[in-house]
Design a protein around this ligand. Structure first.
Ligand code: NAD
Length: 252
C-alpha cells in the first residue's frame, strides 16, 4: 500500500457513492483520513467508512441550502481539527428544456448553481481561510467536459456551473499560492456512475459514447487515482490546471 497521503485529512463532498466514494477509497489506500460527506445516503456513507477501516468520519449536510456548505465546513473542522484538502465533488445534472415554464426554468438554474457552484465557492472560502491559518492546503474541483465545450440544449445549467467552477479554480490558484493554497479542476467526460446511468436510461448508451474516440466511459477509479495524485505533497507546482479525463472527446 502506498502512503503518500499519510497524515492528511481530506473532505470529499458527495462521497457516499459514485466518483466521490472511489476518491475516498483511493485516498484512504494512500494513507489519508477522509471526511465522507453525504446529503441523504447515511447508510452508503457509513458502509464506505467501514470499507476504509474507520479511517475517517462521516458528515451530513444539504448543499442545496445556503447554510449547508458552511455547516459542513464547521462539522469537518470539529471532527478532524486540521483539514488539509477539500474535494468539491458533489454535483447534480438537471434536464430542463427552453420550453419549460419560466418558474421551472428559474428553479432548475438556481438549484444547479447552488449545488454545483455556490456550495463549492462557499466551502472554498472557508477552506482557504483555514488553510491560510494552518500552513496551506489544496482544493480539487470536479468540473466536467461540459464546462469546457458547452453542453446539450436540455441541460445548459450543468455546463454553465462547471465552467464557473473552472474559473473559480483559476482565481484561487492565482490568488492564494503565496499562502500555500493551490487549486486544480478535473474535467471528466462520461464516468460510469448513477449520473451516467440516468443519461443512458433516457438517451441510450450510444448517445453517450458516440463522440468518445476510445469508445467507453471512464471508470470512477480513474478519476479517483488522479485526485490522489494531485494531492500528493510532491505535486507542489500543479496549480490552476484543468485536467481532462475524457477519452479524447475534447482535446484542447
Ligand atoms: P452521483 O450522482 O453518483 O454523485 C453525486 C453526489 O453529489 C452524490 O453523493 C449526492 O449525494 C451528492 N449531492 C447531490 N446533491 C446534493 C445535495 N443537495 N446535498 C449534498 N450532496 C448532494 O454522480 P457522480 O457521477 O459520482 O458525480 C460526481 C461529480 O462528478 C459531480 O460533480 C458530477 O457533476 C461530476 N461529473 C460526473 C460525470 C459522470 O459522467 N458521472 C462526468 C463529469 C463530471
Amino acid at each position: 500500500m502506498r502512503t503518500s497521503l499519510e497524515g492528511q485529512c481530506i473532505l470529499v463532498t458527495g462521497s457516499s457513492g459514485g466518483i466521490g466514494a472511489a476518491i475516498v477509497e483511493r485516498l484512504a489506500a494512500e494513507g489519508a483520513r477522509a471526511i465522507i460527506h453525504y446529503g441523504r445516503d447515511k447508510d452508503g456513507a457509513e458502509a464506505l467508512l467501514d470499507r476504509i477501516a474507520g479511517r475517517g468520519w462521516v458528515a451530513q449536510a444539504d448543499l442545496s441550502t445556503s447554510e449547508g456548505p458552511f455547516e459542513l465546513w464547521r462539522k469537518s473542522v470539529d471532527v478532524a481539527g486540521r483539514v488539509h484538502a477539500l474535494v468539491n465533488n458533489a454535483g447534480i445534472r438537471t434536464e430542463i428544456s427552453i420550453d419549460a415554464s419560466a418558474q421551472d426554468w428559474k428553479s432548475a438554474w438556481q438549484k444547479e448553481f447552488q449545488v454545483n457552484f455556490f456550495a463549492a465557492a462557499d466551502l472554498s472560502k472557508e477552506a482557504i481561510g483555514h488553510f491560510k491559518a494552518n500552513g496551506g492546503g489544496r482544493i480539487v474541483n470536479m468540473a466536467s467536459r461540459a464546462g469546457q465545450r458547452g453542453y446539450a440544449a436540455n441541460a445548459m445549467p450543468y455546463g454553465a456551473t462547471k465552467a464557473a467552477l473552472v474559473n473559480l479554480t483559476k482565481s484561487i490558484a492565482r490568488s492564494f499560492g503565496a499562502d500555500g493554497v493551490t487549486a486544480i479542476a478535473i474535467a471528466p467526460g462520461w464516468v460510469r456512475t448513477e449520473m451516467a446511468q440516468e443519461f443512458i436510461a433516457a438517451h441510450g448508451k450510444a448517445a453517450a459514447v458516440a463522440d468518445i474516440p476510445i469508445g467507453e466511459m471512464a471508470a470512477p477509479t480513474e478519476v479517483a487515482e488522479l485526485v490522489a495524485f494531485v494531492l500528493r505533497p510532491s505535486q507542489a507546482s500543479l496549480n490552476g490546471a484543468t485536467l481532462d479525463v475524457n477519452g479524447g472527446s475534447y482535446i484542447r
